[in-house]
Design a protein around this ligand. Structure first.
Ligand code: UDP
Ligand code: MG
Length: 308
């Protein structure tokens, strides 16, 4: 019998874990597979880990890994994928926003021979207009800038078959944007649309800063266009400065020199600003090179024996 692992990163989801586990069990026990739920506790500070360990003691289908600290959703997910043993591995959130009722559809697509079954979020209930719009805009931007084509609404609710899991496991970059990395594999992808439900309980654990980091990781990790844009902007500002120089010379020859204050201020702020932006863009890439060169482990587990 084929086996399916469901990987769930968890950060302070104490109020959701029992409900989520029951909901997944109800769906999966009707499926003709051996299955297990692999929770990765991402350094939760509530009672999530105790609850998970209780479940693990009670039910043979529950396994728990605990990261030594909060490393973020993408790393927790990576840890789960590294350790999951199923022939297919499904990743999903533990807050009921990824509906367990969809699992049979993902499995059916897998049976049709797809290596990757990607869910596409058509809408999210209970999410602000601003979050929806900024997400749509972001996907347009990243697709315009990079060669990896990421479908708008792509989420981290997906099925990967064993071949795709092992392939993805070879990508060890530190600043991870799994949604993009999966598109690099180039395997056959099926898509399953869904409407994300509101969170069962609690608030989003993706703070604004975590979301901003993911957004920058997506762009910087998949595109060097911003670096090229820096060059083009530098070039444009050099051309502009040439014309300004002509103007300054003209004023020097034909006019009263002291009147140049406005020009100086405009030049200073224009070129100063452009240079700082360019430096910032370089800094983003440099920072990432630094992180990669250090080559620190992506995560550590609390329990050393489970470390791979
Ligand atoms: N999560 C995590 N580490 C974090 C933040 C979130 O493991 O640092 C988990 C969280 O418990 C949930 C999933 O990642 O299972 C998605 O997070 P969340 O629902 O907060 O994000 P949103 O759906 O609001 O984008
Ligand atoms: Mg959520």
């Amino acid at each position: 019998m084929k086996s399916v692992s469901i990987v769930v990163p968890v950060y302070n989801e104490g109020e959701n874990i029992l409900h989520f586990t029951a909901a997944v069990k109800e769906v999966m026990e009707k499926q003709p597979y051996k299955w297990d739920l692999l929770f990765v506790d991402d350094g939760s500070r509530d009672n999530s880990l105790e609850l998970l360990e209780d479940l693990q003691a009670k039910f043979s289908y529950v396994h728990v890994l605990a990261l030594s600290r909060n490393c973020g959703h993408q790393i927790a997910l990576t840890c789960g994928l590294d350790h999951a043993e199923g022939d297919a591995v499904i990743s999903m959130d533990g807050d009921m926003q990824h509906p367990p009722e969809l699992l049979p559809q993902l499995l059916a697509k897998w049976e049709e021979g797809y290596h990757v079954v990607q869910t596409i979020r058509k809408d999210t209930q209970g999410v602000s207009w601003l979050k929806k719009k900024s997400s749509a805009l972001y996907y347009r931007l990243i697709n315009a800038l990079s060669s990896a084509h990421i479908r708008p609404g792509g989420s981290d609710f997906r099925l990967l078959d064993r071949q795709a899991v092992e392939a993805l496991g070879k990508y060890r970059e530190h600043d991870r944007f799994l949604r993009g990395m999966v598109t690099l594999l180039g395997y056959k992808v099926a898509e399953v649309p869904f409407v994300a439900s509101p969170r069962f309980a609690g608030k989003s654990k993706y703070s604004l800063s975590k979301m901003a980091k993911l957004a920058v990781d997506g762009i910087v990790g998949f595109s060097v266009v911003p670096l090229r844009a820096a060059f083009v902007a530098g070039l444009l500002s050099a051309v502009l400065s040439f014309f300004l120089l002509l103007h300054v010379l003209y004023v020097y020859i034909c006019d009263d020199v002291v009147s140049g204050w406005t020009t100086i201020m405009v030049c200073l702020s224009l070129f100063g600003g452009t240079q700082l932006i360019m430096l910032g863009i370089m800094g983003e890439y440099l920072g990432r090179i630094y992180t990669e060169v250090k080559n620190r482990p992506l995560y550590l587990l609390k329990n050393k024996e489970e470390d791979k």
